[in-house]
Design a binder for this molecule. Structure first.
Ligand SMILES: Cc1cc2nc3c(=O)[nH]c(=O)nc-3n(C[C@H](O)[C@H](O)[C@H](O)COP(=O)(O)OP(=O)(O)OC[C@H]3O[C@@H](n4cnc5c(N)ncnc54)[C@H](O)[C@@H]3O)c2cc1C
Length: 395
């Protein structure tokens, strides 16, 4: 078996690396750090629109949507490189909701929303979870009720990340309260966050990342804002979540951080004069990190290839998410041990070190991916049932 990128793919990676090293000015970098690695600031938006104009965002998208018709592998290389460069790329919009909209959206969505996403001018937040619907998502209570040609939406969502600077919310609502099975009464809508009936309040998390509670108060939308069939939303949710689970495991930033810590350990000396990197336990930590990151790469590249072939399975996306999310935490822990006590200080503390402070923050935020996109406990259920054909857990 031979696993390697083609000459053209390697050239693409080089081109992207050069492009992003020029794009990431000190000002943009500082803005991204200030926004806790989430984006949303003016320079961040400007850079996104520039990537759109330069045709990068839709690299692997079909030409009919304004893309360049390369494969999901090239698309993944693009996202890997943009995030390696330190740019918080809005991959939930471009890599998970966007493709679902392109596949299932009506003419209005394909003609207006999808091109704007590829132009880097439109962002979408995800409105699934509610105060009483997380893992049991089919229990959601936000409603959409028909009113002539329109729909009236009412309810509350919880944990609507990035919604405070997104343009629309990809919203799951109940359209048939009497459906014999809860998940058969759900429909997807695209709701404008600019509507006067839309509001949000911040929720600040342990990791310093902001998420939101969002409220939908008599929002009227036309039927063109509906995505897919009435009561057919569940299929779209699972399709989007498979894409999300895979795109969450982007190892670009962690590889870059790993390289920087290795470099630091080579150049930094202990009181006796030996390099930090000369200690066997440090080398063992680095070896563990390298192993985890290399395995993540292989899993994700293989799955990007499976997407190219149209064979990506649900259990595989869940396996990537479980392995990657738990691997990230391990790597940050190993790197935190190497930088020592400085790795316990927040970057805004007196005497904090920039590199160690970054590890501290990433370690604090990394647990999010173990439940974002569906908890790892449930992913393990999916892997055993859909990947290994074990009997379903009877809970
Ligand atoms: C920072 C952050 C960002 C988020 N961003 C978004 C977002 O943008 N959009 C969005 O819609 N949601 C978002 N979420 C919500 C996230 O997807 C949910 O937290 C997740 O789906 C789990 O739901 P829950 O929190 O209600 O936990 P629960 O469902 O209450 O689960 C609690 C625990 O019980 C376990 N559990 C539950 N049911 C079972 C079962 N049947 N079998 C075995 N174990 C079970 C779970 O695995 C978990 O460990 C975000 C959450 C956070 C904290």
């Amino acid at each position: 078996m031979k696993i390697q990128f083609t000459e053209a793919q390697r050239a693409l990676r080089d081109e992207l690396r050069a492009y992003f090293s020029q794009m990431m000015t000190p000002e943009l970098r500082a803005e991204c750090e200030r926004d806790m690695g989430e984006g949303g600031g003016p320079l961040w938006r400007e850079a996104l629109a520039r990537m759109g104009r330069d045709g990068w965002i839709g690299l692997g998208w079909p030409e009919e949507y304004g893309g360049r018709s390369l494969s999901p592998l090239e698309q993944f290389v693009f996202v890997e490189e943009v995030m390696r460069a330190g740019y918080p790329f809005p991959f939930l919009t471009t890599e998970s909701v966007g493709p679902t909209l392109a596949e299932h959206g009506n003419d209005w969505i394909r003609e207006h929303i999808v091109p704007a996403i590829l132009a880097g001018e439109l962002l979408v937040s995800i409105g699934y979870s509610e105060p009483a619907a997380g893992t049991d998502l089919a229990a959601l209570q936000t409603t959409a009720v028909r009113d002539g040609d329109d729909w009236i939406i009412n309810g509350q969502k919880m944990w609507t990340s990035l919604a405070h600077f997104c343009d629309y919310t990809w919203l799951a609502v109940r359209t048939d309260p009497d459906a014999p099975k809860k998940h058969k009464g759900i429909t997807m809508f695209l709701v404008p966050n600019s509507d006067p009936g839309w509001s949000c309040t911040p929720v600040h998390t342990l990791g310093g990342v902001r998420t939101n509670a969002t409220f939908y108060d008599n929002i009227r939308v036309g039927d063109d804002h509906r995505v897919g069939e009435v009561n057919g939303g569940w299929k779209l949710i699972t399709s989007q979540l498979n894409r999300e689970r895979l795109s969450l495991i982007n190892f670009g930033p962690i590889s870059e951080l790993f390289n920087r810590v290795v470099q630091w350990a080579r150049e930094t000396t202990l009181p006796g004069g030996a390099a930090v990197a000369s200690q066997p336990w440090v080398q063992a930590n680095f070896a563990r990190c390298r192993t985890l990151i290399e395995c993540m790469k292989l899993i994700v590249y293989k799955q990007s290839w499976a997407m190219t072939e149209g064979t990506l399975g649900m259990a595989d996306a869940s396996a990537a998410k479980v392995y990657g999310s738990e691997g990230f935490i391990e790597v940050y822990r190993y790197l935190g041990e190497v930088v020592g006590q400085a790795g316990l200080l927040r970057s805004d503390s007196a005497g904090a070190d920039a590199l160690a402070g970054k590890i501290e923050r990433l370690y604090r935020t990394s647990s999010i991916i173990t439940f974002g996109g569906g908890t790892n406990e449930i992913q393990r259920d999916i892997i055993s049932a859909a990947g290994l054909w074990m009997p379903r857990a009877s809970r």
